[in-house]
Design a protein around this ligand. Structure first.
Ligand code: NAD
Length: 461
């Protein structure tokens, strides 16, 4: 077949698949105006006709009824995006269902004094637009839905064009559970035409009161330029620093667990390893015994860079989130059994260190001591103020890094995912408001504070 014919064939297949995917969303109104109208109407009912008790019951039912679908949704997300590991995706879905906080998270602040009583409560914004990433399409929808609905909001999701089927399916399920529980299903809607023009129109609709953008720098910029209050959950490049006082075997296992989780797709996942020189070799040995494969040959390292990076040293999107064995096979290396991560020693300037690869390829850089490592960690995190990890038993080092990094999430002596509740006693969040400073979002993040002052009464002492 000639190259031109192959090109035509590929175009036809792409067009057919795009059409099929678009059809998944056909049951939703296609006009932005209509979507916002139905969501806004449903949101008002949800806010005013469903008190805290009934909202809590409905959200509890939503969690219970979504849980049996975790596997199916994970499978769909894997198929749609062709990224990540199925088992980890299932865990992410379960995590987002079980550990996303709900209405129980709210407290009321009351101030009483000589003049009477002041109440400060958290109230819904109204209709929120939530833009979701391809790396985490289902868990973000579930996590955002629970948080946003808990506060009485409605939400219109803007799905990633590369993850339409799993996003529509998740939203269909949520809507049908809401309807079964007697809640207005339209309180959760979706933009069926996921084009940037429609998204712009959606964000500028007067009834949209908050934009939540989870994704790369482009979408965060778009949300912040929308003229609406916005939560910007942007990119990260989390460093993990291992010093000479760390429990090395545990550190090695934890780094592998975090950096290979869902093939390194999560924004919080360890993206580069900074190791103090005197323990670097031992650390590598432990890593190689526990699922890492060290690529040492310089020509192979160059070939790997050519495989996953463009000429201007940016990531090739179609190489994101594959199994470690896929990259090795493409380099002509027979992948060892159970390999989860490719380890590559390089210097700080290397794009494997500088770029947010989102691939199970972990660059390791040696430093003379903790101080040098800390300065490097700060540089390579690029001031995203997203996430960072340390393995150490030196309390001063742990504290210094926690303070100096200024990240939204900082994990000590555990895989990065402890910061979102896996082996960590915290609620989960799949929208970490880095750029706008909201941190790991909860139901509180999607509400606004309203104050009510009552003069001269209601004190009880
Ligand atoms: P992406 O930026 O390509 O897409 C995210 C969403 O934004 C999609 O819905 C896409 O359609 C939309 N979008 C992209 N460019 C846009 C623009 N200019 N205007 C309006 N909308 C636009 O991101 P991705 O590749 O799907 O996801 C990976 C990125 O997301 C990584 O950088 C990762 O760190 C980040 N992320 C951050 C968090 C967090 O909580 N901070 C969570 C998950 C992913």
């Amino acid at each position: 077949m000639k190259a031109i014919e192959v090109d035509d064939l590929v175009k036809k297949i792409v067009a057919k698949v795009a059409k099929e995917l678009a059809q998944e969303g056909e049951k939703y109104p296609s006009s932005v105006k209509d979507i916002v109208e139905i969501t806004s109407k449903a949101q008002k009912t949800w806010q005013w006709d469903f008190n805290l008790e009934s909202r809590s019951k409905i959200i509890a039912a939503l969690k219970t009824k979504l849980l049996p679908h975790a596997e199916e949704l994970a499978q769909l997300a894997r198929e749609d995006t062709n990224m990540g590991c199925l088992d980890d995706k299932i865990l992410k879905k379960k995590l987002s269902i079980i550990k996303t906080p709900g209405p129980e998270y709210f407290t009321t602040r009351a101030i009483s004094g000589d003049n009477g009583l002041v109440l400060e409560e958290l109230a819904p914004f109204g209709v929120i637009v939530s833009i979701t990433p391809s790396t985490n399409p289902v868990a973000t929808v579930i996590n955002n839905t629970i948080c946003m609905l808990s506060g009485g909001n409605g939400v219109v999701f803007s799905p990633h064009p590369g993850a339409l089927r799993c996003t529509f399916k998740t939203i269909d399920l949520i809507r049908s559970i809401l309807a079964q529980e007697g809640a207005p299903a339209d309180v959760v809607s979706v933009l069926s035409d996921a084009s940037l023009d429609s998204l712009k129109e959606l964000m500028s609709h007067p009834e949209v009161k908050l934009v939540s953008a989870t994704g790369g720098p482009g979408v965060v910029k778009a949300a912040l330029s929308s003229g609406k209050p916005a939560i910007g959950a942007g990119p990260g490049n989390p460093p993990v620093l291992v010093d000479e006082t760390a429990h090395l075997e545990k550190a090695a296992k934890d780094v592998i667990a975090g950096a290979s989780f869902d093939n390194n797709l999560p924004c919080i996942a360890e993206k580069e390893l900074i190791a103090v020189n005197c323990i670097a070799d031992e650390l590598k040995e432990y890593m190689c015994k526990n699922g890492a494969f060290e690529l040492k040959d310089r020509t192979k390292i160059e070939a790997l860079a050519n495989l996953v990076l463009t000429k201007d040293q940016k990531i090739k999107k179609d190489m994101v989130g594959k199994d470690a064995s896929v990259y090795l096979a493409r380099l002509g290396i027979a992948p060892p059994p159970n390999v989860r991560l490719i380890l590559v020693e390089c210097d700080e300037k290397h794009p494997f260190v500088q770029e947010e690869l989102m691939m199970p390829i972990l660059a390791m850089v040696r430093v003379a001591d903790f101080k040098e490592g800390l300065a490097m960690a700060k540089r390579v995190e690029h001031d995203f103020r997203h996430s960072a990890v340390i393995h150490s038993t030196n309390i001063d080092n742990m504290s210094d890094m926690a303070k100096f990094m200024e990240t939204s999430i900082f994990v000590k002596n555990a895989p990065s995912f402890a910061g979102i509740g896996i082996r960590g006693d915290c609620p989960t969040s799949f929208t970490i408001g880095t750029t706008t400073g909201d941190g790991p979002t909860t139901p509180l993040s999607f509400c606004r504070v309203r104050r009510c002052v009552l003069h001269g009464a209601f004190r009880i002492v």
